[in-house]
Design a protein around this ligand. Sequence first.
Ligand code: ATP
Ligand code: MG
Length: 233
Amino acid sequence: MIDLVGVSKIYQIGLVEVRALDDVQLHVDDGEFVVVLGPSGSGKTTLLNIIGALDTPTAGSVSVGGQDITGASRSDLFALRRQTVSFIFQSFNLFPGLTALENVEFGIDVAGKRGLTAPEAVLDSVGLGDRISHFPHELSGGEQQRVAIARALATGNPVLLADEPTGELDFRTGAQILELLIEQATGDRAVLVVTHNREISRIADRVVEMSSGRVVSDGPPEGGKTPLSELRW
Ligand SMILES: Nc1ncnc2c1ncn2[C@@H]1O[C@H](COP(=O)(O)OP(=O)(O)OP(=O)(O)O)[C@@H](O)[C@H]1O
Ligand SMILES: [Mg+2]
């Protein structure tokens, strides 16, 4: 589903070179759930943006959903952003003037899937069946993030990318959101979640750890996968 081979990203600021990604290899299969863990500045957002075709690598090759995007045209990249990847952000990014239902409908429209997905059913699946007419300011942080997840799921796009989706939530709510995202990695849908919170990453099957733009480890969390109920807070 996702393949990065020898991917580097260098930002040139005046005379200073910043190596945001340094020879990254990453393979993610259909149905897989991956947590990307690393400190601030380690390259996590750069990695997601490159996978989501919001940024281009300086070197290496990237393929997403079976499509090599390294040399793709602008129109191919536009289609990929609408129909292959969906983003979930730290700050939810909901439209404040739209209800939960309308926010999800908007996502469906952008992906060109109107009529193919019932937005009410998707909101129900994230536990918000009784909140569909609420505006974002009438929802808790965890509920707003659920709407954002529903909006991403409703597109039916096979790659779900979430950048610090738990950053603005308390620890327990954050872990619940991460667990909800884990459940979404089924069938052909792959899910990548960025966090700097090592404790939260313990509930994942697979953790890709980054440091200074490099992948320094890739495997089960230290101490093995831990149930949500056993996390410390
Ligand atoms: N547009 C840019 N121009 C120059 N340098 C950049 C740019 N974007 C990111 N960087 C640099 O690349 C490195 C990686 O940044 P990135 O945003 O990917 O880190 P991150 O792991 O997401 O950090 P955080 O946890 O703080 O969000 C940092 O040193 C950052 O300063
Ligand atoms: Mg970041």
